[in-house]
Design a protein. Structure first.
Length: 234
């Protein structure tokens, strides 16, 4: 097993020389493994589908055991099941969806493509109706939204995505394209929060100026540019 890393390389050694004697190496039972998958997934994501829980571990017997445990937990009331569509249901610990955050309104966040909220694309599409993928691996001529377009969460919905490029030598964050989804948003509130978030993002990337190149639909361009491209140190 791996004992350490030298840069990007893993260094392997005998298990007896890596693990302490106190570590229990007894192989988990199928039930214990299935329970671990459920608990660890819900701890990380809050809510999850069966497919997300068994992702990359989905041998038939593992999936079946996970299904059995989920069914039992729903039956005894410790877990909730919410139907998404004919194929999928969402599971969570009882009361999870009843939690109301004080800052749930007037909230906007630009997320990484690897954020827990978006990393499972199937759940993202089923729950939020947001079809998202990273296009940096897609040939340039086939890209729809941009090389590394970032999803934007506004209150409780994914309403837009933005493709940016940091020109660090010049200190400029180029907003190549801001794409709105086909959903209704309060454009004034969105613009204010988006501008604040983008200015934080610019500073994080070592930039002190923002340049806006394009917005879809174009009717929002001037309104967003007026707020977004004002001095960052305001």
């Amino acid at each position: 097993m791996a004992s350490r890393r030298d840069g990007m390389e893993k260094v392997y050694d005998l298990k007896s020389r890596v693990l302490a004697d106190s570590v229990d190496t007894t192989e988990a039972t199928l039930s214990e493994y299935a329970s671990y998958l459920i608990d660890s997934t819900l701890k990380s994501h809050g809510v999850a589908t069966l497919e997300q829980i068994v992702h990359l571990r989905g041998k038939t017997r593992v999936k079946k055991e996970v299904q059995n445990i989920l069914k039992e937990k729903v039956h005894n009331g410790s877990m909730e099941k919410h139907i998404l569509n004919k194929k999928h249901a969402l599971f969570c610990v009882k009361g999870t969806l009843d939690v109301v955050l004080e800052d749930a309104q007037d909230y906007l966040k630009i997320l990484s493509p690897f954020d827990n909220a978006v990393i499972h694309r199937g759940k993202l599409k089923d729950v939020f109706g947001f079809d998202y993928k990273i296009e940096c691996y897609t040939p340039k001529e086939k890209r729809v939204y941009g090389y590394f377009c970032l999803p934007i969460l506004f209150n409780d919905a994914f309403v837009a995505r933005v493709d940016c490029k940091a020109h660090r030598k010049e200190g400029i964050l180029e907003v190549i394209h801001l794409h709105f989804e086909e959903v209704m948003v309060d454009i004034d509130v969105f613009t204010l929060l988006f501008s604040q978030e983008m200015k934080r993002y610019a500073l994080f990337n070592g930039c002190d100026k923002i340049v806006l190149k394009d917005v879809s639909p174009k009717k929002y361009f001037k309104h967003i540019e007026r707020n977004l491209c004002s001095p960052i140190d305001e």
